[in-house]
Design a protein around this ligand. Sequence first.
Ligand code: PLP
Length: 352
Amino acid sequence: MKPWENNIRKVIPYTPGEQPKADNIIKLNTNENPYPPTQEVSRILSGFDAGRLRLYPDPAITDLTAAIAAYHKVGSDQVFVGVGSDDVLAMAFLTFFNSKKPVLFPDITYSFYDVWANLFHIPYETKALDDEFNLITEDYFCENGGIIFPNPNAPTGILMDLETIEQILRKNRDVIVIIDEAYIDFGGRTAMPLVKKYDNLLVVRTFSKSRSMAGSRIGYAIGSPDLIHCLSDVKYSFNSYTIDSVTIDCGVASIRDEEYFRKNCGKIMETREYFKQELKALDFVFPDSMTNFVFAKHRTVPAKELFHALREHNIFVRYFNKPRIDNYLRITIGTREEMDTLLSFLKEYLNK
Ligand SMILES: *Cc1c(COP(=O)(O)O)cnc(C)c1O
């Protein structure tokens, strides 16, 4: 070992889902939206004056922050915008999780949480979900250095009700509680109204899934002005210019077209319900999903085998080779046609 190796930060990085280059594939592996963003975004892109790129973007991301604040009916001082929710969450870990007590999150959840905890040397403890993958509320009543979980949870797709979430908040007034609502637009009830009541609650959202803008990298957090102020101080200590000028304008355009957004989410939910019925008929079992994916296992055929068989047919889904979930596939809801192609392949493969 070389002497300088002692001073290197060593991490096991997060593994993002594959982004294959070929265009003849059905891509249901990273929970992207199958539909394009609102036409207003194309209008912004084609009309953008490249001369503006000479200048740094607005470091305060004022216009997008104001648009998001108006959309959620909160003050602009309650909104923090970042480069995708991954950036927002990383900043939040750095800002809010500085206790010697462990941060708590479920054993089966978004697999970036333990990566950030390790990166920032934050102590953490995972709490096992029950056999149906439900979060056990009482597990979060112990002393801790902060709490984070997605609602609905990923990759299970299970939605928690607001009453249960409030129970956790009531027992945790002295730490920051982060709720990652990456999938809340697909039929869940948001914890956003609780922000008024709990100044230690941070709700995180993304444009990547429900707003069809994974490529733009926009995420945001809503919380009390105090929390947002602290997040902002850390951001300005790290990188002041996070969102580029084009993306700021595209984000505003997306927020303004609420009708398209609602219609789009509605279409995906409709396809999801149809897909659930069909999957059930093929002998798959799955927790009821309130997201744009279904986390399913087949009663007899191993998930790993199905994953490879689908891949051979240019259908990409997500498989996690991890304890407790290594017999499940996470299948993103695409267009109705994409789901039908997947279903007919499965029918044939399973001899149905
Ligand atoms: C997709 C996802 C994110 C990251 O979203 P980006 O905004 O694209 O960085 C965060 N949390 C969960 C639970 C997700 O599924």
